[in-house]
Design a binder for this molecule. Sequence first.
Ligand code: ZN
Ligand code: ZN
Length: 319
Amino acid sequence: MYIDKHGDAWYKCSLHNHTTFSDGKRTPAELVEIHRAADYDVLAVSDHWLTWPGELTGDALPPDTYNCDDRPEFIAAALAERPDRPKQIGLLNAVELDCGGIDTRSGVYHILGLGTCGRTDWSKYHGKAAQDLIDIVRKHKGLAFLAHPAWSLNTPEMINSLRHLSGAEIYNTFSDVGFNARGDSSLLLDIVATHGNLLPFIATDDTHFLLGEEVTSFTWIKSKSTCRKDLLDALARGDFYASQGPRMAISRQAGSFRVECDPVSEIIFYTNRPFSFERRHYGTDITEHTYTPHEHDKYLRVEIRGADGKRAWSSPIKV
Ligand SMILES: [Zn+2]
Ligand SMILES: [Zn+2]
């Protein structure tokens, strides 16, 4: 967590993770401990077709503490019992639903549902279309995000046909590392934005503990607290940005956009224009730059890259 110059808190959130309850290689308890040790504030456990049963301590949680707003506090209390666990972590119910099988020509979509409520047998929704899965997540009081669209070979037309998405993964670590090599969806989502669909961006690890993808990419969320309601309100407002470490803030000043950030080697301003002589600003330990939109710019998004290769991505902003 960090506090910005306006006094607002930004929480370090890992929003897409799998455990031994689906195809991950670590238990929920191990997932929590690894993220707590890496200074995360919020963890969403998003097993495939399954909301995590909550066996943090090895004991099943009582049914009335499972799956609703009181669960993070219960878990936090459990975590606080041990003196060697100094930091609490907020937990967010989540699930990953998918359709389309293994041939992308038939339309593969993976939908990340964040903050869902209620004990749900998700398996009864197998075979539903992508829009149905989004609507089902929302019916369970969650927010739906499009997971790894580049990995799924989603086309801009496929993405633009979907309604009521709260955002999309601009970067998914697991889809990039090891044998995967298709984790960066920025080009695809730039085309989507060029068509006027300004989906906000999250970054995730899609942790499975298979390829060293864990604790790499995350989302900074500006929220009043780490409880479910405040996090979902912030996600619905778009008060977040994707990162692998670097922090940034964008402010509008008399028609220009000013970026302030941690010291990085590149600040890049992506818009709908092909030609731009001001797209990349680079150097050593840059901490600010101002971009004045061209008359044909319709949207702007900012990407910063540190000397260590770590990046952060703003959501697209209407110019
Ligand atoms: Zn997936
Ligand atoms: Zn996943």
